[in-house]
Design a protein around this ligand. Structure first.
Ligand code: 13P
Length: 249
């Protein structure tokens, strides 16, 4: 039985005061939560959040990680730096990074490899645009995004890693994939990995992301291959985030 993972991707939101309130709210509401929980603050707040969560069963993740380990890479943050500052996870290939900042499948795969090499658990985001769904290419797109990682890391790269299926058309739009639509893609992802290594596939945590909220979480999380959520907007309110964690418990 896979343990579910609910992670909050705060994106570029918050300030010192609001983040203190959010973290305190999460810390004080963990009764009844029995799943893995993580929060991914903007990078500059990672040390502060990690300090506040010291000894609390909530892990910290980064929203991205550099593909290189050190040197002249202005604006980037290495995996070792993130690990030293308290991160367990690193999101890679979020659709906003792909579409707004031009990150290619190859760069995302290199970032994924850097996360692993530095002891971080990568959360690889995959997902199709509305146009791709309507064209019937959802599985081809997701397969291509996963194959780029396999080309660099082999299927072993997914041993202990996390994949987040985030249909781009559902991110920040209030539109959610139905549980059946999400399950179909999650099963496809697990089947693809199982074709290469059944044991890795069986333990692979596949999160759903895209307007998951307290109202729809239970139905999504009831599906066989949905092992948690990567939460954007609803992770900025402690009560909503905790309600999703409880639905996963
Ligand atoms: P929303 O939950 O705001 O749709 O964002 C999902 C997401 O992008 C998480 O990474």
């Amino acid at each position: 039985m896979r343990r579910k993972l609910v992670a909050g991707n705060w994106k570029m939101n918050g300030n010192r005061e609001s983040i203190r309130t959010l973290v305190e709210g999460i810390k004080n509401g963990l009764d009844g939560v029995n799943c893995d929980v993580a929060v991914c603050p903007p990078a500059v707040y990672i040390p502060k959040v990690a300090g506040m969560l010291d000894g609390v069963p909530v892990e910290v993740g980064a929203q991205n990680v550099c593909d290189q380990d050190s040197g002249a890479f202005t604006g980037e943050i290495s995996g070792a730096m993130l690990a030293e500052c308290g991160c367990k996870y690193a999101i890679v290939g979020h659709s906003e990074r792909r579409s707004l900042y031009g990150e290619t499948d190859e760069l995302v795969a290199a970032r994924f490899a850097a996360a692993r090499r530095n002891g971080l658990v990568p959360i690889l985001c995959v997902g199709e645009t509305l146009e791709e769904r309507e064209n019937g290419t959802t599985e081809a797109v997701v397969a291509r995004q996963i194959d780029a990682v396999i080309a660099v890391e082999g299927v072993a790269g997914f041993d202990g890693a996390v994949i987040a299926y985030e249909p781009v058309w559902a991110i920040g739009t209030g539109k959610t994939a139905t549980p059946e639509m999400a399950q179909e893609v999650h099963a496809f992802i697990r089947g693809k990995i199982a074709g290469l290594d059944q044991a890795i596939a069986d333990k692979l945590v596949i999160q759903y992301g895209g307007s998951m909220n307290p109202g729809n979480a239970a139905d999504l999380l009831a599906m066989e291959d949905i092992d948690g959520g990567l939460i954007g907007g609803a992770s900025l309110k402690a009560d909503d985030f905790l309600a999703i964690c409880k639905a996963a418990s």
